[in-house]
Design a protein around this ligand. Structure first.
Ligand SMILES: N[C@@H](CCC(=O)N[C@@H](CS)C(=O)NCC(=O)O)C(=O)O
Length: 216
């Protein structure tokens, strides 16, 4: 008997999914051909609705409810799905010289554009998150001189990543799902032009990878 699955996700005002961690879960489910329904939440919804689903959990998505059992945290959900649906395994597959944290950090200056894409009721909340993280207002971070320097550094990092992908790009591993999730996060918030620039290789790899793991 197949399970019923609800995946709680974070969306912006256009209804687009903007969380890298949710992307990871969608990729694992998609690659394993496991069906699921998404429940779209704003940041405000996460704060108000998650306690009734998971009273002792963090106010964060992703949460996957399989039948009636909720599981939180993308890594825990990956492990659960790997254990219970081993027919299409997804190995961890670490890549030498790929540092997930560095790529994520490089994406932060571009992710400040989140103030312009979230639902109206989320703007103040994300503004305070940006202030905590960068010690600046989003307006200062988005000043062209500062923002463009962030874009330049991000693209430099993407060039390094593209070199690694030339050897590993055909694989479906959790490391590559993580890498793709960070590219997804930046492009969903900062737009494709800022994210890829003239890096056609990364853009094509990302498009093909999403097809392989069944993520739109
Ligand atoms: N370690 C968690 C991180 C999840 C996380 O940070 N989720 C963010 C969305 S990208 C969230 O729900 N944030 C809610 C908030 O900041 O209020 C995982 O891997 O699932």
């Amino acid at each position: 008997m197949s399970a019923k699955r609800d995946l709680y996700e974070l969306v912006d005002k256009r209804g687009n999914s903007i969380s890298p961690f949710v992307f990871r879960v969608k990729a694992v489910l998609g690659y394993k051909d496991l069906e699921y329904k998404t429940i779209q939440l704003t940041f405000q919804d996460i704060q108000t609705q998650i306690p009734s689903i998971l009273p002792l959990g963090k106010k964060e998505v992703p949460i996957l409810v399989e039948d009636t059992i909720p599981i939180q945290d993308s890594a825990a959900i990956y492990k659960h799905l790997e254990l219970n649906y081993p027919n299409k395994p997804i190995p961890e597959g670490p890549i030498k010289n790929f540092n997930e944290g560095e790529l994520f950090m490089a994406g932060i200056p571009l992710s400040v554009n989140i103030v312009n894409v979230v639902a109206d009721q989320d703007v103040d909340y994300v503004e305070s998150k940006i202030n905590n993280l960068t010690k600046r207002s989003s307006k200062d971070c988005l000043e062209p001189a500062i923002y463009n320097e962030g874009v330049r550094r991000w693209r430099e990092k993407c060039k390094e990543i593209s070199e690694l992908l030339k050897d590993h790009g055909d694989e479906v591993t959790y490391t590559l799902i993580t890498l793709a999730s960070i590219v997804h996060w930046v492009s969903s918030i900062a737009g494709e032009e800022n994210t890829f620039g003239d890096n056609e290789f990364l853009k094509n790899w990302f498009t093909e990878f999403k097809k392989k793991v069944n993520v739109k």
